[in-house]
Design a protein around this ligand. Structure first.
Ligand SMILES: [Fe+2]
Length: 469
C-alpha cells in the first residue's frame, strides 16, 4: 500500500510537472509525457514484488532494510534512465531538461526507498520470530547518527540540485522574454519553485515521520523491558532487531537482566540452603543425618502439586516445610532424646516444640517465613480435631498444615531411628490409609497414595547414605 502511494505520487507529480509546471517539457505533447511515465513506472511496479521476494525477503534479516533501499532506489533510477533516453533521443530534450527529469525520478526514488527501508525495519521489529537475538552479537553497523545525517544530506542535495537546474534553465528563458512575456513567465517560474519546494518538503516530512516512528518503537521496546525489570519481572528481554546504537543498548540491557536473574538464582539457592540447613540442624538432635527434612519437603511439594496448588505455593511448601520441627531446638535433651515413650510432663514439654518453632519463625514479612510459621504451628493438628496445640479440625487447618503431616509421618515411619526399625512402605501406607479422616485429610491421603511411585523415587534420591550440598 505504502509503495503504491509512492509510485502514484511520483507519476502524478512528474506528469503534472511536465505538462503544467515546466514549460520546457511542452514539446512532448499534453498526454504523451503522462502515458510514457505511466508505462515505465507501471512496468517497474509490476516486476518489483519479484525483486523484493528474491532479494529482500530471502536475505538475512540484518540485510533486509538496506537491500530494500537499494532495490527501490534502483527501480526509480532505472525509470529515470529509460525516460531520459526517450526524452533525449526521441524528443530532443536539452541536457538541463533531461537532468531535471532524471533528478526528479532519483529524488522520488530516494524518498520512496528510504521510507520503505524504514518500513522494513519496522516490520522486522514487529516480527519477533524473525530474529534470534541470542545468536546475534549486537554491533553498530549503521549508526542512528549516520542514518539521520544521510537523510538530511541527500534531501538537501537533491533539493539544491533541482532548484539549481530550475534557476539555471528558467532564468535564461525569462531573460529572453519581452516585458509582457516576462510577467507571465515570472509567474510560471515562481509556480515551478513552489511546486518543487512543496513536493520535496512533503516527502521530507513523511520521511522524518517514518524515522521518528521507528525511533519511538525502539524507545518503547527498551522502556517496556526496563519497566518490567523495575517491577520485578526479569523475563522480558529487549528484542534486538537492528544494527545500531539501540541494538547495543538492548544487548547491554539483556546482559544486565541475565546477570540479575543469575544473582536472583544464587540468592534463592542460598536462602533455600540456609532454610534447609536450619531445619536439618533441628533434626540432627534426634536424627542422624538430617535427611528426613529434605525428603519430607520434596514429598510435600509433590503432594501439593497433585492437590493442584499453584506453582508458587508448591515452591513455598518445598522451601518452608523443612522448618516444621525447628522448635525442637528448645526441647531439653532428656525429653527429645529419650528412647522410650514420653509421659506426663515430658509429653507436655515435647508438645511445646510447636509453639517454640512458630515463635522462632514469627514476625516476618516474607511469604516464605509466614508459611513456615503456619506449618510449624499446625503440623501436629489432626483432621478430626484431636491434634495439638489448638485442636483444629478439617479445613480449619490450612492446606499446607494438612499436607506436611502425611509426608512427615510417612518418612518417619519408613526411616530407621535409634529407638525403632524402619517400617516397610506397604505398612506405612496401610497406617496412613487407616488414618484417613482421623489424623489425615482423606483427599490428600488418596492423592499421596496415587503419587507413591514419585514419592519412592524422591525417597531413593535423598536416601540416608546420600547427602545434599
Ligand atoms: Fe513436629
Amino acid at each position: 500500500m505504502r509503495i503504491t502511494i509512492h509510485y502514484l505520487l511520483s507519476v502524478t507529480a512528474l506528469a503534472f510537472y511536465g505538462e503544467k509546471v515546466c514549460p520546457l517539457l511542452e514539446s512532448l505533447g499534453v498526454f504523451d509525457w503522462s502515458i510514457r511515465l505511466t508505462t515505465v513506472f507501471a512496468t517497474l511496479f509490476l516486476i518489483r514484488p519479484l525483486l523484493i521476494k528474491w532479494l529482500v525477503l530471502k536475505s538475512d534479516w540484518q540485510r533486509q532494510a538496506q537491500n530494500q533501499f537499494f532495490i527501490e532506489w534502483s527501480l526509480f533510477l532505472m525509470a529515470a534512465g529509460i525516460l531520459g533516453y526517450y526524452n533525449s533521443y526521441e524528443n530532443y530534450f536539452d541536457l538541463v531538461s533531461g537532468m531535471k527529469v532524471f533528478l526528479g525520478c532519483a529524488t522520488f526514488g530516494f524518498f520512496a526507498a528510504a521510507d520503505m527501508a524504514l518500513e522494513r525495519q519496522k516490520i522486522i521489529s514487529e516480527t519477533p520470530n524473525l530474529v534470534e537475538w541470542k545468536a546475534y552479537s549486537a554491533r553498530v553497523v549503521f549508526p542512528i547518527t549516520a542514518k539521520l545525517t544521510s537523510i538530511a544530506v541527500f534531501s538537501l542535495l537533491f533539493m539544491s540540485l533541482i532548484l539549481f537546474l530550475v534557476f539555471l534553465k528558467d532564468l535564461y528563458w525569462l531573460l529572453d522574454l519581452d516585458q509582457e512575456g516576462f510577467e507571465s513567465g515570472k509567474d510560471k517560474f515562481l509556480r515551478e519553485l513552489l511546486f518543487v519546494g512543496t513536493v520535496i518538503l512533503g516527502e521530507l516530512i513523511n520521511l522524518i515521520y517514518s524515522f521518528c516512528r521507528n525511533l519511538k518503537q525502539f524507545f518503547e521496546k527498551q522502556n517496556s523491558s526496563m519497566e518490567a525489570v523495575a517491577s520485578g519481572n526479569l523475563d522480558q528481554l529487549v528484542h534486538i532487531t537492528s544494527q545500531d546504537e539501540f541494538a547495543v543498548m538492548g544487548s547491554h540491557t539483556n546482559h544486565m537482566i541475565e546477570l540479575l536473574k543469575e544473582r536472583n538464582r544464587q540468592l534463592e539457592k542460598t536462602r533455600q540452603e540456609i532454610i534447609q540447613r536450619l531445619g536439618r540442624a533441628a533434626e540432627y538432635r534426634d536424627n542422624e543425618t538430617g535427611m528426613h527434612v529434605v525428603r519430607m519437603s520434596h514429598f510435600s511439594e509433590a503432594l501439593a502439586k497433585k492437590a493442584n496448588l499453584s506453582k508458587e505455593q508448591c515452591d513455598l511448601i518445598l522451601q518452608a516445610s523443612p522448618m516444621h520441627d525447628v522448635g525442637k531446638i528448645g526441647i531439653p535433651d532428656n525429653v527429645l532424646l529419650k528412647p522410650g515413650k514420653l509421659e506426663g510432663e515430658e509429653w507436655t514439654k515435647m508438645q511445646t516444640h510447636v509453639e517454640v518453632g512458630a515463635s522462632i519463625l514469627s514476625g516476618s514479612d516474607s511469604k516464605l517465613m509466614q508459611l513456615a510459621e503456619e506449618i510449624a504451628a499446625t503440623h501436629h493438628e489432626k483432621y478430626d480435631g484431636t491434634g495439638y496445640p489448638n485442636g483444629l479440625k478439617g479445613e480449619e487447618i490450612s492446606i499446607e498444615g494438612r499436607i506436611v503431616p502425611i509426608c512427615d509421618v510417612f518418612d518417619a515411619l519408613t526411616s530407621v531411628r535409634p529407638y525403632k526399625k524402619a517400617w516397610t512402605v506397604e505398612d506405612a501406607i496401610e497406617l496412613i490409609k487407616k488414618e484417613k479422616g482421623k489424623h489425615f485429610d482423606p483427599d490428600l491421603v488418596d492423592n499421596f497414595v496415587s503419587i507413591l511411585p514419585e514419592i519412592l523415587e524422591i525417597r531413593e534420591r535423598y536416601s540416608e547414605n546420600k547427602s545434599v550440598a
